[in-house]
Design a protein around this ligand. Structure first.
Ligand SMILES: *Cc1c(COP(=O)(O)O)cnc(C)c1O
Length: 412
């Protein structure tokens, strides 16, 4: 039986997550399928920003470090995030950019395995992870090397010369989901450590860091967690490594007594050692608004809806856009994918620009991938239908084949 728009409206009627959409600001008529790149704005962020700026900064000034809990905010956000990624209280902290945290955590892992020189990474990963580790080992200058492996080759690449693996749980381009338990186990079996990047899984699916015995993890908060543009990254360090693992950027926020103002660095013995310096409080406050929505939503329901939205999108592409040379980059199996659908098309860039002009926002990743992210808190079932209809219209009318859709901006 072929699907109709009414079927999608009916699914929205029964959707228990549907009320959450009202908590996000999405411009009228816009279908936003790019929450995997920049999450939508929670409406409550406006009030919160006003309060932080007017009251906490504007009026209470420096008193707010204590009074408004600014100093502990990095840990409070960490504890909330912990509930989404299978971590315990005190194991997660917010600090710095994602790439920087890759640097810090891989450095910590390498220090714990001084006799081993190999780091296993996915060559096709989001480049900054690889770039940061390349920079790190150049600086260490102790003969480390990256062993690049792709999906399907990773387990074999983990041998007894490996110090750590650093893999991104959900691939940013294709959306494929790695087997965290199996890769972590293989790493431990050969005596290596496991660092996981959760940029495309935190807030997209229930991650089970402690269930998988993961050593270190980090992730973005401006994607699925709706923390706002450039919001700080989070880091996880398993409790068993506290006081043993040490990150190398030894700033005063990671000192045992930051307000003791001692001459020499003395590390904290807990997650706070992974902090470096004064954090952007206004931005962190925005992260909490996004997180607080997740505190009221059920991750199991989010995953269920995410899979269904993606399944339906794939089915409609198949049924309604069969003749246009699109092919699926994302695995169809549920346990092999995250919360996005990526399709290959050699005209992908122009088609995506035409689609954005038609108020369906996804993105393009060179050389040939059109990416659609599905964020169940604010994407509806009927959005899926309408997005495919608008894409169909663009293909039928060749609307993408215009010079203005072939101009490449600085950010794609
Ligand atoms: C989005 C993303 C990043 C972003 O890094 P920043 O340092 O925050 O700019 C890093 N790694 C992966 C895998 C990502 O998906």
């Amino acid at each position: 039986m072929t699907l109709t728009r009414d079927d999608f409206l009916a699914l929205d009627e029964q959707d228990i997550l549907a009320p959450f959409a009202d908590e996000f600001r999405i411009p009228e008529g816009l279908i936003y399928l790019d929450g995997n790149s920049l999450g939508a704005m929670p409406k409550a962020a406006m009030e919160r920003a006003k309060h932080v700026i007017e009251q906490e900064w504007g009026t209470d000034l420096i008193k707010s470090w204590n009074k408004a809990g600014w100093f502990d905010l990095v840990e409070r956000l960490g504890d909330k995030t912990a509930t989404l990624i299978g971590a315990d209280k005190g194991e997660v902290i917010y600090a710095d950019a994602t790439g920087l945290n890759v640097y810090k955590l891989v450095a910590a892992a390498l220090e714990m395995r001084p006799d081993r020189k190999v780091i296993v990474m996915e060559g096709s990963n989001f480049p900054t992870d690889n770039y940061m580790v390349q920079g790190l080992i150049k600086q260490l200058d102790r003969g480390h090397e990256i062993r690049f492996a792709e999906d399907g080759e990773i387990l074999d690449a983990i041998r007894d010369d490996v110090a750590c693996v650093c893999i991104t749980h959900v691939h940013y381009k294709t959306g494929h989901l790695h087997d965290m338990a199996a890769i972590t186990k293989k790493a431990h079996d050969v005596g290596a450590l496991a660092v996981w990047d959760l940029c495309h899984s935190a807030g997209a699916l229930a991650v089970d860091l402690n269930g998988c015995n993961v050593d270190f993890a980090l992730g973005c908060t401006y994607k699925y967690l709706n923390g706002g543009p450039g919001s700080q990254s989070f880091m996880f360090v398993a409790k068993r490594h506290h006081g043993k693992a040490m990150q190398p950027l030894t700033g005063w926020w990671g000192h045992d007594a930051p307000f003791g103002f001692e001459r020499d660095y003395r590390p904290r013995k807990d997650i706070r050692q992974f902090s470096t310096g004064t954090e952007p409080i206004v931005s962190l406050a925005m992260s909490e608004v996004g997180l607080d929505i997740f505190m009221r939503a059920d991750m199991g329901e989010i995953r269920k809806k995410s899979l269904k939205l993606c399944d339906l999108f794939i089915q409609l592409l198949d049924e309604r856009l069969g003749g246009y040379g699109f092919s699926l980059a994302t695995p169809k199996e549920h346990d092999r994918r995250g919360s996005q659908v990526s399709i290959y098309s050699d005209k992908g860039f122009a088609i995506m620009q035409a689609l954005i002009a038609a108020d369906v926002v996804g993105d393009f990743r060179a050389p040939d991938i059109m990416r659609f992210g599905f964020t169940p808190l604010y994407v509806s079932y009927v959005n899926v239908w309408d997005a495919v209809e608008r894409l169909k219209n663009i293909m039928e009318t060749n609307a993408w084949d215009k010079p203005e859709f072939k101009k490449v901006g600085a950010v794609t």
